[in-house]
Design a protein around this ligand. Structure first.
Ligand code: HEC
Ligand code: HEC
Length: 403
């Protein structure tokens, strides 16, 4: 039997007016609460624990999305110190997001999007060890967005909740027992040791994983710099247009396109009838061109800031997948400021020369005044850097006098 995760037991006995008052209160709660599975949408306040949302259930050492909570993945995700991510979406009964071919879908009030950051554990390490696996595989994850709790180290679960007044961002940090995650508005630093190879024999690298504080969420999700209003970043057609391994009611795996699944679930309307939905590349997919993979990588990792309305707009460097002007993408582009952040390099991209390009220089850096992205990582994404370097190396041409 599945039990709702970590719900507090109801008081065993109540008498007199208190019981009556509680009954009235419960009727009121039931009346104004959307009734789709056990999930609880909180229209206001900042619940102190993740369990108050009832997004997940625990059964036999497995954490699984509650009924109606749909797991999803992106073609190319954001890099965050090699953390693995479980993303879910939930909407109230009868509500749906509206499809858009370009922008983030328009989600209804009541939507809850979650993203859980976790790492596979290293086999044979003590339960309280800081060692986690530096991997890009699916260790510890099962079909249907389920996690094997003895195989993963849960770090944090972030929520974006769509309320009447707009989106609210809530960071929850997991305890070591993995029984509860608590709201940590001021963020947290989690020391980790990233271990290459699950025999533990590979290289080890220290990472100081940073759970952002609540204000930093807007540093990336405040994609409209004027209003600073928060927006989800990933749920766009081009990122979601891929297959996912769901499980059906009997627990058997079913592979289906995510956009079609959302529609079937009642979570998405106005999907193009002709099936012509855009798609960015999976950055790891060696069968796709370096160009397509690099552009997908920059789109997800950089464009929420590097776009005309985003927090990195002053740089004049725009890295979204639809940008087609080479100069905007950094090619032979002079930086807005010379000095420290450029490493004495002259241009954003020098065709054929990653070692002379500011773009790759800032991705390789871990200096807080230089590194890009400026938030959200403490180690270098070696495979991501290698991809961007290969992309720059394949470009031809000169940058005028000083290239
Ligand atoms: C370094 C930039 C950055 C910061 C800081 C950041 N996010 Fe995100 N977040 C992203 C990007 C990019 C995505 C989409 C790509 C992905 O999920 O891999 C995302 C995805 C999410 C999602 C899934 C829905 C979506 O928008 O795609 C949630 C929920 C979320 N973030 C919550 C938060 C919260 C809460 C905070 C603050 C505690 C926060 N984020 C801080 C960049 C950031
Ligand atoms: C959280 C927001 C944010 C993210 C994410 C981000 N940047 Fe930036 N970036 C900025 C800001 C703000 C500036 C301007 C100030 C500066 O140069 O530090 C900038 C400047 C730059 C510059 C110098 C541009 C110029 O011509 O002066 C480069 C190159 C750059 N970023 C590359 C990247 C790359 C590549 C990524 C993704 C891997 C990325 N950035 C992600 C905010 C961001």
């Amino acid at each position: 039997m599945a039990e709702a995760l970590w719900r507090h037991d109801a008081p065993a006995a109540l008498s007199g007016w208190r019981a009556a008052a509680l009954a009235v209160l419960m009727v009121a709660l039931v009346a104004c609460k959307p009734v789709s599975g056990p999930v609880r949408f909180h229209a206001e306040g900042q619940p102190a624990t993740l369990s108050e949302w009832n997004l997940f259930v625990r059964e036999d050492g497995v954490m699984a999305p509650s009924a109606g909570v749909v797991p999803y993945d992106l073609n190319t995700p954001l890099f965050s110190d090699y953390a693995h991510k479980l993303r879910t979406v939930w909407m109230p009964e009868g509500k749906a997001a509206v499809y858009d071919g370009e922008a983030t879908f328009d989600f209804p009030v009541g939507t809850i999007i979650s993203k859980t950051f976790y790492y596979p554990r290293v086999a044979g390490e003590a339960a309280d060890s800081d060692a986690v696996l530096r991997s890009q595989g699916g260790e510890g994850a099962l079909a249907g967005g389920r996690l094997q709790l003895d195989k993963v180290r849960l770090i944090e679960t972030r929520l974006l909740v769509r309320r009447e007044a707009g989106w609210v961002a809530l960071p929850y940090v997991w305890n070591r027992e993995q029984t509860e995650a608590r709201l940590m508005r001021s963020g947290e630093l989690v020391p980790l040791t990233l271990v290459e190879g699950d025999d533990g024999a590979g290289g080890r690298e220290s990472a100081l994983y940073q759970v952002p504080d609540q204000n930093q969420c807007a540093g990336c999700h405040g994609t409209e710099i004027r209003s600073r209003a928060l927006e989800p970043i990933g749920p766009k057609a081009r990122h979601l247009n891929r297959d996912f391994d769901y499980v059906d009611a009997d627990g058997s795996p079913v592979r289906e396109n995510q956009l079609r699944h959302w529609r079937a679930q009642g979570y998405l309307r106005d999907l193009p009838a002709d099936g012509a939905m855009p798609r960015v590349a999976d950055w790891r997919d060696g069968t796709q061109t370096v160009e397509a993979r690099a552009r997908a990588y920059l789109d997800v990792n950089c464009a929420h800031c590097h776009s005309p309305g985003g927090p990195g707009n002053t740089s004049g460097l725009w890295l979204g997948s639809a940008v087609d002007q080479p100069l905007r993408l950094g090619r032979c582009k002079l930086p807005i400021a010379a000095g420290h952040g450029t490493g004495d390099r002259r241009f954003g991209i020098v065709p054929g020369h990653p070692e002379r390009s500011i773009l790759s220089y800032r991705m390789i850096s871990t200096d807080p005044g230089v590194m890009m992205p400026e938030l959200g990582r403490s180690v270098v994404h070696r495979e991501g850097v290698a991809l961007i370097e290969a992309w720059i190396a394949a470009q031809t041409g000169e940058c005028g006098d000083a290239g």
